[in-house]
Design a protein around this ligand. Structure first.
Ligand code: NAI
Ligand code: MG
Length: 366
C-alpha cells in the first residue's frame, strides 16, 4: 500500500527517544518490505522541547499534530524539570495535545502474551489468552467538572470536585466502544455506579438508548457496577471483551487490568478524537510507561510498549490489520524464543538491551 498518510513522531525525553529508534527501524522495514510509506514528520515535546524553546510544545508542532493522520508519542518528564513553571513542564505538552486534539477516548488493552504468563501475579489459568480493551473517557468527568476547589460551607472548610457528563460526551465514547467491539468479539460492558451516583444512572440510560437506537443491536451490551468490575478483573478477566467507563473509574480499572499482564514495558495505548467526514479519527498512540529516568540512556528499556503502540496505530488509524498483526506476532515470537529485556527477565532466558530486542524483532519480521 502506498500511503500519503502523515505520521508525526514525538519521541520526547528519557527512554522515549531510545524506544522510538526501534520504531524507526520497523517503519523502514515496512517501507522496504511492505511498500508502506508514511510522510514522516518529527517534533520536540516535553523536556526536549523545553531545552530548546522553554515551552513543552511549540504552536508549530501543535499544528503538525492537528494536521497529521496520527501522532506517535514516546514519553516525557524527568527530575531535571521538577522546578520548571507548571505551564512549561514536560507533561503540559501531552495535556495540550490531548486537549487541542480533543482525544476523548483512551484505549488501554490488556493482553497476556503466553510467553509472559509467569510475569503476572495472577494464576496462569485466570489470565492465559486474556485480551480485553478498556475504553476510558478522557476529557470530562470528575477530573474536569466545575465547580471545584475549596468552599466556605456555613463556616466549615470544605473541598469539592464535580462529576459532570453531557449526553453527547457519553454517547461519543460509547460509540467508540461499540465500534471497537464490532471488530473484536462484539461484547461491551458499560461500567458505572448507577446504584449510588446520578451520573451513573444517566450514563447507563444514555448507553442503553444509544445501543438500542444507534444501530448497535448486534453488539451484546451488559452493565456492571465499577466495584464489581474491579473484582471481576481479578477473578475472571476473560469474561470481558470491551469495557467502557468514565474518566475516574477508567483510570483505576485500566491500571488494574494492565498489571494482570505483568510489565509496564509491554503496555501500549491509544487516544482517539472525533471522526471526520471520512470516518478518520484524530489519534495519538503512546506507551503507558513514562520516561524512566532510572534506566534512560543505558540501552535497557523494553521497546515493546512503544512498538505495540505503533501496531495499534497501524490497526486503528490506517486499517493495516495484517501489518499490525505482523508486528504483534513478531514481538510474541521473540518473547517465546526466550529473548527478554531486563524488566521481564526470567530464569533460562537471554537478556538483551533495547537495541538487541529491536534486532530480534526485525529478524523475526524478516
Ligand atoms: P515510569 O513509567 O517512567 O517508570 C516506572 C518504572 O518502570 C521505572 O523503574 C522504570 O525504569 C520502569 N520502566 C518504565 N518503562 C520501562 C520500559 N519500557 N522498559 C523497562 N522498564 C521500564 O514512571 P515514573 O518513574 O513514575 O516517572 C518517570 C518520569 O516519567 C516522570 O517525570 C513522570 O512524570 C514521567 N511520566 C510520563 C508519562 C508520559 O509521558 N505519558 C507517563 C508516566 C510518567
Ligand atoms: Mg493512572
Amino acid at each position: 500500500m502506498a500511503t500519503n498518510k502523515t505520521l508525526l513522531m514525538l519521541p520526547g525525553d528519557g527512554i522515549g527517544p531510545e524506544v522510538f529508534n526501534q520504531v524507526r527501524r520497523v517503519v523502514d522495514w515496512m517501507a522496504k518490505n511492505r511498500s508502506i510509506n508514511f510522510d514522516l514528520k518529527e517534533g520536540l515535546v516535553g523536556g526536549a522541547c523545553y531545552d530548546v524553546h522553554k515551552q513543552a510544545i511549540t504552536d508549530e508542532t501543535m499544528q503538525d499534530a492537528l494536521d497529521a493522520d496520527a501522532v506517535l508519542f514516546g514519553a516525557v518528564g524527568g527530575p531535571q524539570y521538577d522546578n520548571v513553571e507548571r505551564h512549561a513542564r514536560p507533561e503540559a505538552g501531552l495535556l495540550r495535545l490531548r486537549k487541542e486534539m480533543d482525544l476523548f477516548a483512551n484505549l488501554r488493552p490488556a493482553v497476556v502474551f503466553d510467553a509472559l504468563l509467569d510475569a503476572s501475579t495472577l494464576k496462569p489459568e485466570v489470565i492465559q489468552g486474556l485480551d480485553l480493551m478498556i475504553v476510558r473517557e478522557l476529557t470530562s468527568g470528575v477530573y474536569f467538572g466545575e465547580p471545584r476547589g475549596m468552599q466556605d460551607y456555613n463556616g466549615v472548610e470544605r473541598c469539592i470536585d464535580t462529576q459532570a457528563y453531557t449526553k453527547a460526551e457519553v454517547e461519543r465514547v460509547a460509540a467508540v466502544a461499540f465500534d471497537l467491539a464490532r471488530k473484536r468479539n462484539s461484547r461491551v460492558h458499560s461500567v458505572e455506579k448507577a446504584n449510588v451516583m446520578e451520573t451513573g444512572i444517566f450514563w447507563r440510560k444514555t448507553v442503553t438508548e444509544l445501543h438500542a437506537s444507534g444501530g448497535y443491536q448486534d453488539i451484546e451490551l451488559a452493565h456492571m457496577y465499577a466495584d464489581n468490575c474491579a473484582m471481576q478483573l481479578m477473578k475472571n478477566p476473560k469474561q470481558f471483551d470491551v469495557i467502557v467507563t468514565d474518566n475516574l473509574f477508567g483510570d483505576l480499572l485500566s491500571d488494574a487490568a494492565a498489571m494482570s499482564t505483568g510489565s509496564l514495558g509491554m503496555l501500549p495505548s491509544a487516544s482517539l478524537g472525533a471522526a471526520d467526514e471520512n470516518g478518520q479519527r484524530k489519534a495519538l498512540y503512546e506507551p503507558v510507561h513514562g520516561s524512566a529516568p532510572d534506566i534512560a540512556g543505558q540501552d535497557l528499556a523494553n521497546p515493546s510498549a512503544m512498538l505495540l503502540s505503533f501496531a495499534m496505530m497501524l490497526r486503528y488509524s490506517f486499517g493495516l490489520l495484517k501489518d499490525a498483526d505482523m508486528v504483534e506476532n513478531a514481538i510474541q515470537n521473540v518473547l517465546k524464543s526466550g529473548i527478554r529485556t531486563g524488566d521481564i527477565m526470567a530464569p533460562g532466558c537471554t537478556q538483551v538491551g533495547t537495541t538487541g530486542m529491536g534486532d530480534a524483532i526485525l529478524a523475526e519480521l524478516d
